[in-house]
Design a protein around this ligand. Sequence first.
Ligand code: NZQ
Ligand code: ZN
Length: 388
Amino acid sequence: MNNFVFHNPTKIIFGKGTISEIGKEIKNVAIKKVLLLYGGGSIKKNGVYDTVVESLKDNGIEWVEVSGVVPNPVLSKVHEGVEIAKEENVGAILAVGGGSVIDSGKAIAAGFYYDGDIWDAYIEKYTITKALPLFVVLTLSATGSEMNGNSVITNEKTKQKFAVRGAVYPTVSIIDPSAQFSLPKAQVVYGAVDIITHVLENYFDHTKDTEIQDRISESLVRTVMNNTEKILQNPTDYEARAQFAWCGTLALNGLTAAGKSGGDWASHRIEHSLSALYGIAHGAGLAIISPAWMKYVYKEYLEKFVRFAEKIFGIIEGNDEEKVLKGIESLKEWYKKIGAPVSLKDANIPKEDIEKIVENVCMLKLPLGNIKKLYKDDIREILKIAAD
Ligand code: NZQ
Ligand code: ZN
């Protein structure tokens, strides 16, 4: 295990009925006015908006609203948010929503203190050193953005979907699993795939002697699978929602990465191009790319892929390679079973587009990944495996 520093500054308030605490949390740090950021209106339908504004009023917090953050959030909305945050001189950002709203909130929080275009941070021309405090009310468990410093934004002009990492952590995040009862089933499915892939991106890492990280990871994947099925059967199963939500947070808050060497992340990088070009949900893209990536790279780290097959899917029969292939197939089958697309074809992306996708991925600095360093030809091969 490597030496590490684990410092996650986000305070989590978790549980039923906790959303009404948001005003008090903001007041506690003497903030008087916030920019309330949200998406396309789901929070108005499920009552979360009302609970939030009530809590702000009760605690004497003023707010100004920016709404309409779209899934795969875009830079122009971030610019709008930065402009309003500056004009109104708010003391914090309050993001109420899923990963897209939170990631936009992080960009606005950092953009508030930056004179240039905050996109500079995403293309590594600027390192974020200062940001407004960010408060979060989570309505969709998937990205882990509620307890990490990452933000992924799409520049709709250049079709680049790029990330900053470890830059802006929420000060407080409220996770009330019952706020997720209203999620469409597809979002639960995409969330499950995203959470599982976050765990696996860190799991497939060459660092030796990481028993605790590996066991936590295997447990997270199995718990997510188990509770996804419960939620799909009964969307108002609070305990299943709670297990799922906490797994989502733990999957990308630094816990499983501590002591390792950074994980792989190639599947994520390649997926972001699918979202950027076709607007598909991040989790849907991962269900297509991640099993194809596994098939392409498993020989580079056979013993870990054997462990994956054995511990997560209980595969004990066959030689090592057979076990691995069965393990990868089991993951893919499970994704299919819950309703995720598992090929480009399933997502109506024609094979003929592969070259266009490769070009988009190659706007990133290559090589991608760690298990196997991926260059342009490797990325093309993975996309071919993912084709149908
Ligand atoms: O916009 P509204 O109306 O709120 O509807 C949203 C949206 O349409 C809806 N929704 C959210 N909560 C709901 C709800 N509908 C009913 N009831 C609720 N309680 O769900 C839709 C999807 O929301 P979105 O925020 O886009 O989903 P998600 O949380 O999966 O976020 C995905 C984005 O996060 C990025 C992805 O690339 C993608 O852009 N990621 C961010 C990461 C991070 N910051 O660490 C890491 C991830 O790997 C990922 O890249
Ligand atoms: Zn992800």
